[in-house]
Design a binder for this molecule. Structure first.
Ligand code: SF4
Ligand code: SF4
Length: 95
């Protein structure tokens, strides 16, 4: 997970590093919402998340994903990359 984040920062340059590292949780317009019935805990979403703010639990007694809302940008990449379409974007503050 940290490897992809570092690679993204390197490609996009120092400005992206600042934006990725900044606590921008309050700027978000949408946030990801995971359906635990569809999620197979594969980790693809966490691998592609540009801020590495997704933690995947392999323990089936726990909810599959945890998001660090301080750093999630609401970009939707996690939902786009999910092979099971288990993540949908919902309005921030809604539902
Ligand atoms: S990519 Fe989709 S199926 Fe895989 S862990 Fe993330 S939400 Fe679950
Ligand atoms: S919406 Fe973007 S920043 Fe937030 S968890 Fe998904 S990929 Fe990461």
């Amino acid at each position: 997970m940290p490897t992809s984040t570092h690679a993204t920062r390197k490609v996009l340059g120092p400005c992206s590093h600042i934006l990725v590292a900044a606590n921008t949780g309050s700027w978000r317009l949408e946030r990801p919402d995971v359906d635990p019935e569809l999620c197979i805990r594969c980790g693809t979403c966490a691998m592609y998340c540009p801020t590495a703010c997704i933690t995947v639990s392999k323990d089936k007694s726990e909810f599959p994903l945890t998001f660090d809302w301080n750093y999630c940008k609401g970009c939707g990449i996690c939902g786009n990359e999910c092979p099971k379409k288990a993540i949908r974007m919902i309005p921030e503050g809604g539902e």
